[in-house]
Design a protein around this ligand. Structure first.
Ligand code: CO
Length: 287
């Protein structure tokens, strides 16, 4: 194990893109700077987002949605409906196949969306949801140090979320007062992305602000972050799968053939997409 804190491998500003039906967002993954950070395939930051995500499929990974402000309603072709409100989150397994719709039910949704890849032998597990409200999500605080954390998965400040992640991963939203110093342990060997939401932080002697993504070295067991002012940032960390990976549209598989198969299954309604060809969401097509 390397001594000292994690250093910086790469840092860049998230790219402004449009997704779904007119949703403007800042994207850290995939971008021209970084295609993915195994096991993470996508990292989107929705700020004041409007726009919608009508019926669409997924296969082969898990989707994390952490809603900071606003409300996101969802509905899937298995009959699951629900909503994630401000301060809540969802850790959702698409597995062998899901078709769903998402509606941003507010004029200003502020949220983080992450795709976590699944190992080849888990890509065809049944879809599953873990849903959290502001009241049920794990929180931790170190008042003396001026640090608080919302833990969607993994551990921080001595607390551990009970979220089950098929791919070992941690997602923590930290808030720090000016001058606070966080020394946060992470499993060595995991890939780690720090993403700044608000304020400025210093990591490994460099200063970063809002919408900057910082990729950290993997060997060291801790990351150290200093708050230059009142700040808020996400630390996302996960065990790399080290498998071949092909990401195309809404599917993340191990080969091109499996991507072709996914489109075929979605069109025919087979191998996990039973019912998909005739399903229409109430959210978008209901009366
Ligand atoms: Co989706």
């Amino acid at each position: 194990m390397a001594a000292g804190h994690k250093r910086i491998l790469q840092a860049f500003l998230a790219s402004e893109v449009t997704e779904g039906a007119g949703c403007r967002l800042s994207r850290a993954l995939p971008t021209t700077q970084l295609r993915n950070l195994d096991p993470f395939m996508l990292f989107d930051h929705l700020t004041n987002a409007t726009g919608q995500f009508p019926d669409h499929p997924h296969r082969g990974f898990e989707v994390v949605a952490y809603v900071i402000d606003g409300l996101v309603r969802h509905e899937d072709f298995l009959g699951c409906t629900g909503e994630t409100s401000a301060g809540g989150g969802q850790w959702f397994t698409a597995g062998k196949g899901i078709v769903h719709a998402e509606k941003l039910d507010s004029r200003s949704v502020h949220a983080i969306v992450v795709w976590v890849n699944l190992r080849s032998d888990m890509k065809f597990v049944a879809p599953a949801y873990q849903q959290f409200t502001m009241g049920s999500i794990k929180r931790a605080e170190d008042k003396g140090a001026g640090i608080s954390a919302t833990i969607l998965a993994g551990s921080a400040l001595g607390e551990t979320a009970d979220t089950f992640t098929r791919t070992p991963a941690a997602f923590v939203d930290f808030q720090m007062q000016s001058g606070a110093v966080l020394t946060h342990p992470l499993p060595p060997g995991w890939n780690t992305l720090l993403y700044v939401l608000d304020g400025r932080v210093t990591v490994a002697g460099r200063s970063f602000g809002s919408k900057e993504a910082v990729v950290l070295t993997v060997e060291e067991a801790t990351v150290q972050v200093t708050a230059e002012n009142a700040c808020r940032f996400i630390i996302l960390s996960g065990q790399p799968l080290n498998e071949p990976c092909v990401q195309y549209g809404p599917f993340v598989m191990n080969s091109r053939d499996q991507i072709v198969q996914a489109f075929d299954d979605y069109e025919r309604g087979t191998n996990g997409f039973e019912g998909a060809p005739t399903w229409r969401s109430q959210l978008f097509y209901g009366r």
